[in-house]
Design a protein around this ligand. Sequence first.
Ligand SMILES: Cc1cc2nc3c(=O)[nH]c(=O)nc-3n(C[C@H](O)[C@H](O)[C@H](O)COP(=O)(O)OP(=O)(O)OC[C@H]3O[C@@H](n4cnc5c(N)ncnc54)[C@H](O)[C@@H]3O)c2cc1C
Length: 443
Amino acid sequence: MPNSLGNHAIVLGAGMAGLAAAQVLSKYFSKVTILERDVLSGDPLPRSGTPQASHAHALLAGGLRALQSLFPDFERDLLSAGAVQTCAGKEIRLERPGFDPFPSRDLGFEIFFMSRPLLESVTRRRVQENPNIEIRTRHRATEIVASADGLRVEAVRCETDEGGTIKIDAEFVVEATGRGSLTLQLLDRLGLEKPRETEIGIDQAYSTTIVERPRDPETSWTGVMVLPSAPASSRGGFLFPIEKQQWIVSIGGNHGDAPPGDMEGFLDFVKSFRTSTIYDALKSARPTAGIVRFRLPASTRRHYENLESFPAGLLTTGDALCRFNPVFGQGMSVAAREAVVLDGLLQDGVPMDQLAQQFFAAVQPTIETPWGVAQSDFVYPDTRGVRPTDFEQRMQYNIALTKLAAEDFEVHKLLAEVQHLLKPQSALREPALAKRVMALAEA
Ligand SMILES: Cc1cc2nc3c(=O)[nH]c(=O)nc-3n(C[C@H](O)[C@H](O)[C@H](O)COP(=O)(O)OP(=O)(O)OC[C@H]3O[C@@H](n4cnc5c(N)ncnc54)[C@H](O)[C@@H]3O)c2cc1C
C-alpha cells in the first residue's frame, strides 16, 4: 500500500542504481531523500562522481524493460532526448572470432543507444517529477548511523557544501554509492561479519573518444562491436551511435594491454584489431571530444546473501553489491532490475526487519546470469580468482552454441535474449537445445 512503510527513506548516491531505488521507495515512504556528493547539472554532462560515464554505456534490453516498468513511457523520453533506437541483431554489426561479421537478423526487440549522461539525466528528470523525492546535491554521506542496540539503521551523517556535518534521520537507507564502503564500515563498527567477496581480476582498461557520425553513411550498420580474439588478444572495441549525430568509440584491453590516451596511439590500437571496420569509420571522422581513460581492476561480487546478521532498514544495490567488467555492458541493467526486485518485495509486504535478507536472496537470480557472463574472463590465463571447475566445458559449449546461433534464427534470438538479460542463462541449457549444441561440439 503506498506510503505505508514509513515517513522517510534515504538513498545514498544519484547514479542509476540510486535513482531506480528512489523511484521504488517513493511509493512506500512519505518522503525519499537522495544524498549525492556531486553537483548535478540539468544538462547531460559528465561529472566527477561517475568518471565511467564518459565511456560507451550500452543499455541492455532487460535493463530498458526494467526502467520502462519503473518509469512508464521511458522509451518515449529517451527518444525525445535524442537517443538512437535500433533493431537488435540488425543495425549494430557484430564481429567475433570466426564471424566477421556475425549474421545480421531482426531479433524482434529494440535497443536504445545514448551517452550515459543522457540516460542518467532522463532518469533523474523522471525521478524529480515525484513530489515526495528530494535530491540534495553536494551532500557527501560519511556514515550510516545505527540505533544504540545496533539492530537497525536510523540516520545518515553527511558533509554539506558549507563544510558542516549534519545528521538526517531515516527509517530506511539504501546505499547506492558505487563503492559501498559505508555499509562495510557500519558492519565493522557493529562488530558484524562483512560479506565475502568474489573477484575476477581482469585489469580492464578503456580509452574513449566521441566523433561526428556521418549523416549519409556508406555502411549498412549504425554501430559496431568488435569482440577480442581471446585468449590470444584481449583487444576489442565498441562504436555506438549516440545523441547529436555522434559515435562514441570505446576500445579496451586487459591485463596490461591498455589503449593509449592520444589520438595517434588510439588509432594505432584500433588498427591492430582483427578487422578494419572501426578504423575505417574513425580515420577521417571529426572528434567532438578528447580521449578519456578508465581502469577497472576486477569484477567484484559481495555475498550479502550469506550474512547471518545485518541491520534492519538497510540495503546496498548496484555496483555496491556487484560490479561487472564493463565490456559486457551489464551494470546499469542489473541495477535497474534490482530495483524491480525490491519493488516486488515491498508490494508483497515483506516486513522491514526481514527485507534485507529477502532482498539479498531474491536478487541472486538477477545477478547469476550476468556474473556467469563475467566469468568468461577466465579465458585469459592471467585472470585472477577461482576459475569454475567446469570452465573448459562451458567454453566449448559456448563456442558450439555460437556456431548454432549463426545458422539458426531461433537460437540466435534466444542467445541475444539471454545476453540482454531478458531470459536466464539456464534457457541456453534446455535439454532439446543442449542436445543440438553438444552434437555440434562433438562433431
Ligand atoms: C568504463 C566503464 C564502462 C561501462 N559501460 C557500461 C555499459 O556499457 N553498460 C552498463 O550497463 N554498465 C556499464 N558500466 C557499469 C556502470 O557504469 C555501473 O554498473 C553503474 O553506473 C552502477 O550504478 P551505481 O548507481 O551503482 O553507481 P554509480 O553510477 O557509480 O553511482 C554512484 C553515485 O553515488 C555518488 N556517491 C558516491 N559516494 C557518495 C557519498 N559518499 N555520498 C553521496 N553520494 C555518493 C556518486 O557521485 C554517484 O553519483 C561501465 C562501467 C565502466 C567503468
